[in-house]
Design a protein around this ligand. Sequence first.
Ligand SMILES: [Zn+2]
Length: 65
Amino acid sequence: MAAPARSVAVPAYSPRLLAAALLSIGVLLLLGYLVMFDQGAVSHSGMYLHELMHDGRHLLGVPCH
Ligand SMILES: [Zn+2]
């Protein structure tokens, strides 16, 4: 007969998972900023990024022009 299964304590979160979650949130916030609000000040792309995302800005209701 097999030995009874022992319960193993599993942490609800780990430092690596927390770091990955915070990094993901930071990247998503930066991407959201670049898509919705950047006018070239952060991306140094002039108006290229603005023009590329222009229809998306209007679709999301972001103030544009
Ligand atoms: Zn516009």
